[in-house]
Design a protein around this ligand. Structure first.
Ligand code: KG4
Ligand code: ZN
Length: 352
């Protein structure tokens, strides 16, 4: 029997049984990660090898360097994830991998590694959308969470408000018209002299500043649930440049706090509005920016006032990891979505 026939039959058996232990791989940007996940909800092991120090000296991710580092790390993180799970490749039921969106060269490393492992061990191969992975981090953190719910996905490359109708069924409610939230945080941080990725450092610095020190523009967007961050970012950059030109002090903590306050108000107001107006009872957060302390606090307050349950992953599951890919993969497997060995990286894959 060919690999593909055998894998499909195994996938069907797993689907009928409703159980699967999945080895997942993530390599879409600057983290090489592997994890072993049971039934979409339980983390048996999760290993993340970050490349951040390597890219920090260039002020952002250098795709070619990222790909080369993924080549070096992918086998190591897979071995470590299996070792920590006390398993061998034979003990897992399927292999999952992020196929997009992301950097094409980086994605290809994970996709090639996953194909090789799946083929060598005769296991089904499950392709996972990275954004769906971020949403699914919530299933690991809140084992009672089931669709429907509304999710704000805010990462370095995406800012979406989606309604999760069912596992794998999404309706796009709103999205950014220009910069992603994380991208705006990183650019704001950069002008303040913080190293890449500036988002978490700006978050930390903002705790020492006055969030009302700087008046930043209130951004208007055509869509009720759409975002725009470029006006906010430009206002901040102009303020800093003007202060520098006049030879005045740049109060970095106040500027960071004002930017964070404005960005968080924008993100949280629209997300809660979308949840309220669509009658959602549960709101979830996802993506790297979901680890922002200001956003977590604001969402807590606003959801409480609106009578909506808020769920969010711990910060380590908000930023890129393979555990979230293993969770999303389980539900894909349960829907019979497996890939052949012709699976390709898709840098611009969409969630909806
Ligand atoms: O989801 P993620 O790890 O990667 C992508 O899929 O893009 O998100 C990374 C983004 C970066 O822009 C990073 O600066 C931002 O998330 N980020 C934060 C925080 N932690 C990570 N932004 C604001 N506050 C944070 N605490
Ligand atoms: Zn991500």
């Amino acid at each position: 029997m060919s690999y593909e026939q055998e894998a499909r039959e195994q996938a069907e058996r797993l689907r009928q049984a409703g159980h699967a232990t999945i080895l997942a791989i993530e390599s879409s940007c600057d983290e090489t990660a592997a994890a072993v996940i049971r039934d979409g909800r339980e983390i048996i092991s999760s290993v993340i090898s970050t490349q951040i120090p390597l890219h920090a000296m260039y002020g952002g991710v250098v795709p070619e360097i990222a790909s080369r580092k993924h080549v070096e790390s992918v086998d190591l993180v897979v071995d470590e994830a299996l070792k920590k799970a006390n398993m061998t490749l034979c003990d897992v039921d399927a292999v999952a991998v992020t196929y997009g969106p992301g950097l094409v060269g980086a994605l290809l490393i994970g996709v090639s590694a996953a194909k090789a492992l799946a083929y060598a061990a005769d296991k089904p191969l499950i392709p996972v959308n990275h954004i769906e992975g971020h949403v699914s981090a919530n299933y690991l953190a809140h084992t009672d969470l089931v669709p429907p719910f509304v999710c704000l996905v805010a990462s370095g490359g995406h800012s979406h408000i989606v309604r999760v109708e069912d596992y794998g069924v999404y309706t796009l409610l709103g999205q950014t018209m220009d910069d992603a939230a994380g991208e705006a945080f990183d650019k704001a941080a950069r002008v303040l002299g913080l190293p890449y990725p500036g988002g978490p450092l700006l978050d930390k610095l903002s705790r020492e500043g006055n969030p009302h020190a700087l008046k930043l523009p209130h951004v208007q967007t055509p869509g009720r649930y759409d975002y725009s961050f470029s006006g906010l970012k430009t206002a901040l950059i102009n303020t800093v440049h003007k202060l520098r030109q006049k030879g005045e002090d740049v109060p970095a903590a106040d500027i960071a706090a004002s930017f964070q306050h404005a960005a968080v108000e924008l993100l949280s107001d629209k997300a809660v509005l979308a949840a309220t107006e669509t009658g959602a009872q549960v709101m979830a957060l996802a993506g790297g920016v979901a680890s922002n302390s200001g956003l977590r606090n604001a969402m807590n307050d606003k959801c409480q006032k609106a009578g909506i349950r808020l769920v969010m992953p711990p910060p380590i599951l908000c930023t890129d990891n393979a555990a979230m890919i293993g969770s999303a993969a389980f539900y894909r497997l349960m829907r019979g979505e497996v890939a052949g060995l012709d699976l390709n990286a898709c840098p611009s894959a969409r969630l909806v």
